[in-house]
Design a protein around this ligand. Structure first.
Ligand SMILES: [Zn+2]
Ligand SMILES: [Zn+2]
Length: 341
């Protein structure tokens, strides 16, 4: 099969022919139709993820069809459409798993990072970490829900009942979660790079009551702020906009250093928290919610061979919404499997 592989920090992905993987007992083989491009994939390419193992096929917003299964493949059968997110496996027995916090599992596997992901024509996944997808979304539209949506949702939940919600970095996660927040009756205040009028217009179209640069102040104090931009300097910036008792939620897996700031900014029981990974419960809840809102996804598509271009457009801020790779195999599976021992 054709796949894009990361061979080490700082190297562009390589377009390669590799064997179609075979599912283990508790796994399924999925023919990938679409795979979203996440900022985490940039961190993988840049060597900023300690969990990564190279070479690895990136991609953890995978949409595809089950084509084969191991003996313990659960309820998944060939022909079912499934989504495969970042959390690929957990141990079920560590301190965190036993507390229902499997997102913090000490022995977790991460799709497209510590195991191969979806920048490929096929991938294998643990059956218990694959999710049926809501029927109202086509394969491209549903892909960004699987990380941008899920991490965004977990971040939003961390904001508690905050009504006035600041959102920093109006990209893939923000454009999805702003719609959920508005549907829940919250007010969204969108912060973009200074002077990025296109992103500010995009935020207003998605229901933000205010949009401006991250160097601007909204007209009200915020109850909480969600940070999706990987810029540590935004933490003290956001803190300064919060009312007492407010919370800054850092939604990214990697962020530049947070500069020091006066204790006064944190005083008043303000909090800073991070969001790590997701749980399967998050996926079940969010996919149901996304269908009920319903969340509209804004996507820009690329063929699988153009993965480096998609990553570059994300890095340069040239995207509105989310990039999605179209991954359908060029040759039937029987033919590809026939080429293997
Ligand atoms: Zn565990
Ligand atoms: Zn992601």
């Amino acid at each position: 099969m054709q796949a894009q592989r990361a061979h080490g920090p700082g190297q562009a992905l390589r377009w390669e022919t590799v064997p179609v993987p075979r599912p283990g007992a508790a796994q399924v083989l999925v023919e990938v139709s679409a795979c979203g491009v996440c900022r985490t994939d940039l961190h993988l390419v840049d060597g900023e993820l300690p969990q990564a193992r190279y070479p690895v096929i990136p991609g953890h917003e995978i949409v595809g069809t089950v084509v084969a299964r191991g003996a313990d493949g659960g309820e998944l059968v060939p022909g079912m459409r499934v989504g495969i997110p970042w959390l690929g496996h957990t141990c079920g027995t560590c301190f965190y798993c036993e507390q229902g916090r499997e997102n913090l599992c000490d022995a977790a596997a991460f799709t497209g990072c510590s195991r191969d992901g979806g920048y490929a024509e096929y991938c294998v996944a643990d059956a218990r970490y694959c999710f049926p997808l809501p029927a109202g979304f086509d394969d491209v539209a549903v892909a960004p829900l699987l990380c941008a949506g899920l991490i965004g949702y977990r971040s939003l939940r961390m904001a508690g009942d905050a009504r006035r919600l600041g959102v920093f970095g109006f990209g893939a996660a923000a454009h999805l979660i702003a719609q959920v927040a508005r549907w829940q009756g919250r007010e969204v205040y969108a912060f973009t790079r200074a002077g990025d009028m296109a992103a500010q217009d995009f935020a207003r179209r998605l229901g933000a009551v205010w949009a401006g640069g991250s160097d601007e102040r909204p007209p009200v104090m915020l109850d909480a702020a969600l940070l999706f931009a990987p810029v540590g300097a935004l933490v003290p910036t956001a803190l300064a906009l919060l009312r007492k008792g407010g919370r800054v939620v850092c939604g990214g897996i990697h962020m530049s250093d947070i500069p020091s700031f006066a204790y006064e900014r944190l005083w008043g029981e303000r909090e800073i928290v991070s969001v790590a990974n997701l749980t399967r419960q998050d996926a079940v809840e969010f996919l149901d919610l996304a269908a009920r809102v319903p969340v509209a996804t804004s996507t820009q598509t690329y063929v699988l061979a153009e993965a480096n271009l998609a990553l570059d457009d994300l890095r340069q801020g040239r995207l509105q919404g989310a990039a999605v790779l179209i991954c359908r195999p060029s040759a039937p599976m029987a033919q590809q499997l026939g080429a293997q021992p």
